[in-house]
Design a protein around this ligand. Structure first.
Ligand code: B4P
Length: 202
């Protein structure tokens, strides 16, 4: 294969960042995106929870932050993401679910993709009001027993989102890659809104 063709193919990869407050439906909609577009999925939350379950050093470190509703430090999450990304080399693209969550993380993602001849294709931002977010997370906490789905931790996660993560929206708006999607309605309705935005850039 000619090098120029290889470069072209890499640029054609569909790399979707799914972005939103805790409880906005990132995980739920990622599942639908995987099925429709045949993409690999990286959820930093899922990776961290798996590390916690396996009792690894990383898991032990992450546990303290997650239980308090704080972000795990950038250098830790960025290193972890780079390792996971290397295992998805053969995919037609990747859904980044819950990453980036800070400006340094978004810079690191750009750099990692650039090194691989790729870039972020679209940033899907799920917009949901706070009372609905709280209701969803409390409900999930009752069913799943997830340690961070309790009222105190939810409040702190929402504050962290406002202060550290939501500034990324402005950042991505400047790149012209941000698609703001109303995240309220049935899962299928929301997914059709997302798919319409993704199909426009394909
Ligand atoms: P995550 O696992 O990413 O958790 P989250 O942002 O709280 O949202 P989650 O993905 O679980 O929920 P979703 O929006 O899908 O992160 C957990 C923690 O890990 C963070 O707080 C942080 O400490 C750490 N972490 C993760 N990534 C990090 C990073 N990059 N940097 C630093 N730290 C990091 O919401 C789904 C819920 O809503 C479900 O219960 C679902 O059933 C419900 N729902 C979905 N769609 C719905 C709809 N249309 N109507 C009604 N309910 C709906």
């Amino acid at each position: 294969m000619k090098l120029s063709n290889l470069f072209c193919n890499l640029k054609d990869m569909l790399n979707i960042v799914i972005f939103g407050a805790p409880g906005s439906g990132k995980g739920t909609q990622s599942e639908n995106l995987i099925k429709r577009y045949n993409l690999a999925h990286i959820s930093t939350g899922d990776v961290l929870r798996a590390e916690m379950k396996n009792g690894t050093e990383l898991g032990k470190l992450a546990e303290g932050y997650i239980a308090k509703g704080q972000l795990v430090p950038d250098d830790v999450v960025i290193g972890m993401l780079a390792n996971v990304l290397d295992t998805k080399k053969d995919a037609a693209g990747v859904i980044f679910d819950g990453f980036p969550r800070t400006i340094p993380q978004s810079d690191a993602l750009d750099e990692m993709l650039k090194e691989r001849g790729q870039e972020v294709s679209i940033v899907v931002s799920l917009e949901v009001e706070e009372p609905e977010l709280i209701e969803r997370l409390i409900k999930r906490g009752q069913q799943s027993g997830r340690s961070d789905d309790n009222m105190e931790t939810i409040k702190s996660r929402l504050d962290v989102y406002k202060n550290q993560t939501s500034p990324l929206k402005e950042h991505y708006e400047k790149t012209g890659k941000l698609a703001s999607i109303k995240g309220v309605g049935t899962v299928d309705e929301i997914f059709e809104r997302i798919a319409e935005a993704v199909d426009k850039i394909k």
